[in-house]
Design a protein around this ligand. Structure first.
Ligand SMILES: Cc1cc2nc3c(=O)[nH]c(=O)nc-3n(C[C@H](O)[C@H](O)[C@H](O)COP(=O)(O)O)c2cc1C
Length: 330
């Protein structure tokens, strides 16, 4: 038995130094969790030494975030039917010196999200009586969102000609997801984007092998946090076999259900090079802005460190199947 007195949680993700094998996942409308939420989350990630991913459907625009942080961040792209718009987003991400493009491939149509429909989740929040009562009970949230620099989809502002209102933008987006998205489009993006490409939303071995042929630096094994298809396989149940199939060709990242440092350790043991966290940081953002995100990351760091100490590994590269109990069925 060996108990390391010092542990090193740092690693590299697509060649970038990271203090933890963790990055912040792309989250739409983060600026509705807390005014300027994307800028605050990016600052917290950078202060903690981990990558941040800005989503296409963010409230703060690429330029807003680039102008407010010191280091490069990743940009997540949804390919819309309007390919000119996709190209312009890639050009803007290039100009903003984003260090990776995260191409999401599992949202060619929007999943049926019953809770969103029931709650009237839209941008701006739909003004049902229930929502108004809810907002009245949260004046701090209303103040922070209203004093944020934007209330609408920042990356789309000015794009939909003659229709600047948020309702028009939301409708435009609704019609723009491209059901015909295919591997040729991925190759087009590969050729258009000059930097590192990460393909997010891979859930089976054949797609992983196909993605590996595109020259992408990484894939994210993901089912979009279970938000797209009810009954889809869990991402963790597919991780090991995908990592085995393509882990020697590109980096296999993972997301879905990471809530603790132990979850990060489990994903690494199953072959992931790193994890993306979604809800785990969004809850922190909604609860406490930048400090809330910093706390969420710190909790995960501490839990990973303690888990490493108690499983006898000195650095994240030593994490393998031995840390999992026998019979962990993946
Ligand atoms: C509120 C919310 C918004 C999201 N928006 C996006 C998005 O705009 N683009 C994207 O690629 N993924 C999006 N995702 C999916 C996350 O990037 C990630 O795959 C997922 O949250 C991982 O699961 P976890 O929340 O259990 O960590 C979103 C997830 C949540 C919870």
């Amino acid at each position: 038995m060996f108990w390391p007195s010092h542990r090193d949680t740092s690693t590299t993700i697509i060649g970038e130094r990271a203090s933890l094998p963790v990055a912040l996942a792309p989250i739409g409308i983060g600026g509705l969790q807390w005014g300027n939420g994307e800028i605050l989350a990016c600052r917290a990630a950078h202060a903690a030494g981990i990558p941040y991913t800005l989503g296409t459907l963010s409230i703060c625009s690429i330029e807003d975030v680039a102008g407010a942080v010191e280091k490069p961040f990743w940009f997540q792209l949804y390919v819309m039917k309007d390919r000119g718009f996709a190209r312009s987003l890639i050009e803007r991400a290039t100009a903003a010196r984003c260090s990776a493009l995260v191409l999401t491939v599992d949202l060619q149509v929007l999943g049926q999200r019953h809770a969103d429909i029931k709650n009237g989740l839209s941008v701006p929040p739909s003004l049902k009586i229930r929502n108004l009562i809810n907002m009245a009970a949260k004046p701090g949230w209303v103040y922070r969102v209203l004093t944020g620099r934007r209330w609408t989809f920042g990356n789309l502002a000015g794009h939909v000609k003659g229709e600047a209102g948020v309702k028009a933008l939301a409708e435009w987006i609704g019609h723009q997801f491209d059901e015909t998205l295919n591997w040729k489009d991925v190759e087009w993006i590969r050729d258009t984007w000059p930097g590192k490409l990460i393909i997010k939303g891979i859930l089976d071995v054949e797609d992983a092998k196909r993605a590996a042929k595109t020259g992408a630096a990484a894939i994210v094994v993901s089912n979009h946090g279970g938000r797209q298809l009810d009954g889809a396989v869990s991402s963790v149940s597919m991780l090991a076999r995908i990592a085995e199939a393509v882990g020697s060709v590109l980096e296999v990242l993972f997301d879905g259900g990471i809530r603790s440092g132990q979850d990060v350790m489990r994903a690494l043991a199953l072959g992931a090079k790193g994890c993306l966290i979604g809800r785990a940081y969004v809850y922190g953002l909604g609860a406490g802005g930048q400090a809330g995100v910093a706390t969420a990351i710190e909790i995960i760091r501490k839990e990973l460190d303690v888990s490493m100490a108690l499983t006898g590994v000195r650095n994240v590269h030593e994490i393998d199947r031995r840390v999992l109990a026998d019979g962990f069925g993946f």
